[in-house]
Design a protein around this ligand. Structure first.
Ligand SMILES: *Cc1c(COP(=O)(O)O)cnc(C)c1O
Length: 368
């Protein structure tokens, strides 16, 4: 927390707006729209809820196909199942670790040949790094398939000067406890289509029709954020740029200290993009280091330092057994390689120099 959160919470208490509506909700939406440069924003109870509503608004129904990045957290794809949809997973490429335009192009071509294009493509910006949006959007536009940008990890990042999360029909952010700013739990849907955002708010409040009595035509959800949590979000947004700077400084220190070790490579930052470096991720080539990613994580764990593997690709998850997957190339399955070799290092914005030096020391010792 930054310290200003209490001010907005007190305001909610003083005015007795302890509900999923009120001034903080309205202002947080306005401030997020302004920050991201979107026409509007709808604040929700989670990033997952935002993905769910985006898919629903794009008309995903039982049996519909949705393309999704494979190298991501399960929440990117779970809502496809909520709606009875059928996920098809797209591999990563090497320059961003995000969705491969080559694999996407092949998947679209196949889908068209079968006469069943996807209803939407969920493009994830992993660990803060933007995907190759120009290339990916060109493909989606050529087939007139809408994009949902899962920017849960990339709030504050930019691609060619434009805020991450503003490239698709919908953009999704998360304020879960582990994200770069947090409301303890929460999410946001942004779009330039303010009518669709109105519809999102309607669906998020049980789809109650405009009657005096309770009248319902559609299935709705209870997905709005409370006015208290929105107050936390407003104060957090004020320090977002500082948090991004802090995370980038953490990344820079790791890279300076460990970047020259043969066999260790850092997650790239594509030219023209600015990553919030939510997590510092490295790739360990054990053929060169003689130490696997797992052995390195063991060494860190022995020193009570938590490090985690890169997300397990969703096409490898038992939950998605039988779903189709398009690799970057037949002899280059990028997401599987990154899962086998990738490590996310401790990257908190509040990490002290001393703490970071300890992490660096353990890694240097293990690899020397
Ligand atoms: C955190 C996260 C989500 C889900 O957000 P919640 O607010 O936790 O529901 C979705 N996608 C990605 C890539 C995430 O990292």
């Amino acid at each position: 927390m930054s310290g200003n959160e209490q001010k907005y919470i007190d305001e909610a208490f003083d005015t007795n707006w302890i509900a999923p509506l009120g001034k903080n909700v309205n202002e947080f939406e306005k401030e997020m729209a302004q920050y991201t440069g979107s026409a509007g924003a709808a604040v929700l109870s989670s990033g997952t809820a935002a993905i769910h509503l985006a898919l629903d608004l794009l008309g995903v129904r039982y049996g519909d196909v949705v393309f999704c990045s494979s190298l991501t957290f399960v929440a990117s794809a779970n809502p496809i199942y909520y709606l009875g949809g059928e996920p098809v997973f797209i591999d990563s490429e090497n320059e961003t670790w995000n969705m491969s335009p080559d694999a996407l192009a092949r998947a679209m071509k196949d889908a068209q040949a079968k006469g069943k294009l996807p209803k939407a493509v969920v493009i994830v910006n992993l660990f803060g790094q933007s995907a190759k949006m120009d290339e990916l959007l060109a493909i989606c536009n050529a087939y007139a398939v809408p994009v949902i940008e899962d920017a849960a990890e990339s709030l504050g990042s930019t691609y060619k000067g434009k805020q991450s999360g503003t490239f698709g029909t919908f953009g999704v952010y998360s304020f879960n406890g582990n994200k770069i700013i947090t409301t303890s739990g929460g999410g946001m849907l942004v779009s330039d289509d303010v009518e669709k955002l109105d519809r999102a708010r309607f669906l998020a409040t049980q789809a109650r029709e405009k009657f005096r009595h309770y009248e319902h035509l559609t299935v709705g959800y209870n997905y709005r954020m409370s006015n208290i949590l929105a107050g936390i979000g407003r104060a957090q947004l004020e320090v977002l740029d500082d948090r991004v700077k802090a995370r980038r400084a953490v990344f820079a220190r790791y890279e300076k200290a460990l970047g020259r070790i043969a066999g260790i490579t850092f997650m790239p930052e594509l030219e023209g993009t600015y990553s919030n470096r939510w997590l510092t991720a490295i790739e360990v080539n054990s053929e060169i280091t003689g130490v696997t990613a797992n052995e390195l994580m063991d060494a860190l764990e022995a020193e009570n330092i938590e490090a985690r593997p890169v997300w397990k690709p969703l096409h490898m998850q038992p939950l998605f057994n039988g779903c189709k997957f398009y690799p970057h190339a037949d002899d280059d399955i990028v997401s599987e390689r990154l899962f086998a070799r990738g490590i996310c290092l401790p990257s908190g914005s509040n990490m002290t120099l001393k703490e970071q030096e300890r992490v660096i020391q353990v890694i240097s010792d293990k690899l020397s």
